[in-house]
Design a protein around this ligand. Structure first.
Ligand SMILES: [Zn+2]
Length: 422
């Protein structure tokens, strides 16, 4: 990228336009929430999703981007490059939300991408490579779990057919919801599934408190931490709470509490990098005057270091067994994702853009999943985080300041240009 060119594109990023669009999108599936907050409930592959996509398409067409969809329903907005035969630089995120979501998670990355290519076009710059903005299908997994089905299909991480038989709460199959969407958007130009982009960048709210707490304007995301999810089942015997002596009980709740206590010691981390969460507990028979014969709890364990993720995760079953006094326990691992590291090509472009614009930055891993992790095997991948209030996301009170949103779009515009000219 030549030094005389990028500043024009950066200057053409409009804080007002980006904010206006974020607020307009927030109305689609928007609802009033306590405390004066405005939430969003926009499930993937729904009529609301399609309304939001039509609005996005109208903005894209107005600025001269071409619009295509692939068989997985991923939507692409393309700013053509000097050499259309070169692999494009890809950016984007998702437009679906959690059932009680906010106005920034996902949609921010799509609109920041649109803002970036619109600014580049407005500045009269034609990059060497095309830049494409993608809205991935079903990132959140709110309607169809698991999420990231669009990006997994695109990169070949899983074949598309793998998701056909997922069903939502109303019993509607994923394949049928996708077919309905493809039918409703049959006027859009089709493209084949997948390609190897030159690079992929995703802008997103941090969904954590670090940027705000450390007063940094841009997060240069270094990778996505690994996760291991377990279900622990503790089985004992139900007895009368008023008559059975404690010494004779096989109380599943008491042994569960011992197990969680022991796990807290196993997972203790003075640096507070490790994330260990027990958040779903089911007890049977779940009455106040019967000793529980069964207690089931979940473990969500995450760490950016593969060695720690493997060592402590592998120790969970033994620690649980050792904590049992009168019950038996089984530990089932139901999900395992190793940490991914982003490429220097991508993270370097983000860091350089932030520095050139005089924005303070912090290198940090992502604690949450993103479509970006599935792009890692396919092309140099990176993410840009912007601060969000209190680190809150997946909630109607989720908020990012207009200036923070614009900062992220400016860094994205410059980083995309430098990658598209390389
Ligand atoms: Zn998201």
């Amino acid at each position: 990228m030549s030094a005389g060119v990028a500043p024009n594109a950066v200057a053409a990023v409009s804080e007002g336009r980006l904010w206006q669009r974020l607020m307009e999108m927030g109305e689609i599936g928007g609802f009033e929430f306590e405390g004066g907050h405005k939430g969003v409930n926009r499930p993937c592959l729904s009529a609301l999703d399609r309304t939001a996509r039509r609005l996005l398409i109208s903005w894209a067409e107005k600025m001269g981007a071409s619009v295509t969809i692939d068989p997985a329903g991923n939507l692409f907005l393309r700013l053509e490059g000097e050499d259309p035969s070169l692999p494009a630089v890809l950016t984007g995120s998702h437009m679906d939300s959690q059932p009680q979501g906010g106005r920034f998670d996902g949609i921010y990355g799509v609109l920041a991408g649109l803002e970036a290519i619109e600014a580049i076009a407005t500045a009269g710059i034609r990059p060497k490579r095309a830049i494409e903005v993608v809205a991935w299908t079903n990132e959140e997994g709110g309607r169809y779990a698991p999420g990231c089905t669009g990006s997994m299909s695109f990169t070949g991480f899983k074949p598309m057919s793998e998701f056909d038989d997922l069903v939502d709460r109303d019993g509607i199959r994923y394949a049928d919801a996708l077919a309905e969407q493809m039918e409703a958007e049959s006027d859009l130009a089709k493209r084949p599934l997948g390609y190897a982009p030159h690079a992929y960048l995703e802008a997103h709210i941090e969904q954590g408190p670090r940027l705000e707490v450390e007063r940094k304007e841009i997060g240069v995301v270094t990778g996505i931490q690994g996760s291991r999810w377990f279900t622990v089942t503790v089985e004992g015997r139900s007895d009368h709470a008023g008559t059975t002596p404690l010494a004779l009980r096989r109380d599943a709740v008491q042994d569960m509490v011992r197990a969680i206590g022991a796990l807290n010691q196993l997972m203790h981390d003075p640096d507070d990098v490790l994330r260990f969460t027990v958040a779903s507990i089911k007890v049977e028979p779940d009455t106040s005057n019967s000793v529980a014969n069964k207690a089931v709890f979940t473990i969500d364990f995450r760490h950016p270091d593969k060695a720690v993720l493997l060592a402590r995760g592998d120790a969970i079953a033994g620690v649980v067994q050792a904590a049992m006094r009168s019950c038996t326990a089984t530990v089932h691992e139901r999900f395992h994702a190793l940490p991914v590291d982003f490429a220097e090509t991508a993270t370097g472009a983000v860091a350089a853009a932030a520095q050139a614009q005089g924005l303070s930055s912090l290198a940090l891993p992502s604690g949450a999943f993103h479509d970006a992790q599935f792009l890692v095997p396919v092309c140099p991948t990176g993410m840009i985080f912007i601060p969000c209030r209190g680190g809150v996301s997946h909630h109607p009170s989720e908020h990012a300041e207009p200036v923070a949103c614009a900062n992220g779009a400016r860094v994205l515009a410059q980083a995309l240009l430098s990658l598209a000219n390389s």
